[in-house]
Design a binder for this molecule. Sequence first.
Ligand SMILES: Cc1cc2nc3c(=O)[nH]c(=O)nc-3n(C[C@H](O)[C@H](O)[C@H](O)COP(=O)(O)OP(=O)(O)OC[C@H]3O[C@@H](n4cnc5c(N)ncnc54)[C@H](O)[C@@H]3O)c2cc1C
Length: 309
Amino acid sequence: MRHTAPMAQRVVVVGAGVVGLTCAVRLLEAGHRVDVVARDLPLETTSAVAAAIWYPYRALPQTRVTAWSKTSYAAFAAVAADGPASGVRMAVGTEVLRAGQPDPWWAAAVPQLERTRDVPAGWTEGWRLTVPVVEMPVYLDWLARRVRDAGGTITRMNLGGLPEDGGTVVNCSGLGARLLGADRTVVPVRGQVVHVEQVGLDRWWLDSAGPTYVVPRSRDVVVGGTDVEGEWSRTPSAEAAADVLERAARLVPALAGARVLRHRVGLRPVRPAVRLERVGDVVHCYGHGGAGVTLSWGVADEVVGLVDR
Ligand SMILES: Cc1cc2nc3c(=O)[nH]c(=O)nc-3n(C[C@H](O)[C@H](O)[C@H](O)COP(=O)(O)OP(=O)(O)OC[C@H]3O[C@@H](n4cnc5c(N)ncnc54)[C@H](O)[C@@H]3O)c2cc1C
């Protein structure tokens, strides 16, 4: 969806993760002048750690999340159709299930969701679907390039509060909203992943009960994960890594013995509900939990609408 700015404004976007950069892209497309400021530059953010597949995980409320996810799905599909430079591709994969379950609450967000019995030993069935798979370091670079090519800036700045210079501010500070939004309802949910060598995988796999996931990328495979609420440490745990690798090899036996390349930990900004609202000159957009990538284009469109209001 494209918006035409009723009046071009100067907008400061706080945060250079996937949410801030995507908002910046859409705001620039709408004709605004945009400066992104962030303590961590794109490749240093939580967003850079994401696996990342399109999947609405640990984000609420369901109705808005489904709508945002649907918009993002279409936007990512268009980006993927433009070629591999963005790091986005559409890939088929399977979410495995242990017992008969109803369709997921977000089913309306995807064009097709099919039940399958083609699942590994230990599971009875699954949902097979095609979703965007996003190689985050490549994608974040691509988004940052789009911001700069459209005339925006990205500057490192550690803020003690939101800017108050009379312009519009879009607060995409993720977990930083505990300070910048004075919002203690945003909490870290630690996620640890292991990057292993590519062993010829193309399809993704997910067992949300784990949470266990296997996301193949161009040169490696992201294997996850963990989900520890209230944990602030970003130091990888050897025990968690061993457990993740064992669970992943049960889901995808071809991974057994794959060479470990590196370990990564990120803190998901989880909130009882995503905050997306305008208060005075500030549009708050944070608390996307385990689905910031999945929601990014959908929330960005809504942010543009709130800035233009
Ligand atoms: C292991 C793991 C796997 C994941 N997998 C997926 C997945 O497959 N699919 C998916 O959709 N999501 C996934 N996620 C979730 C996703 O990573 C997050 O929802 C997303 O990164 C949130 O993006 P964000 O831009 O809001 O926050 P962030 O990426 O955290 O960016 C916040 C920005 O705000 C800035 N900031 C904060 N405080 C200040 C301050 N005081 N001054 C200036 N700047 C500040 C930061 O420096 C940063 O630039 C995963 C997360 C983890 C940890």
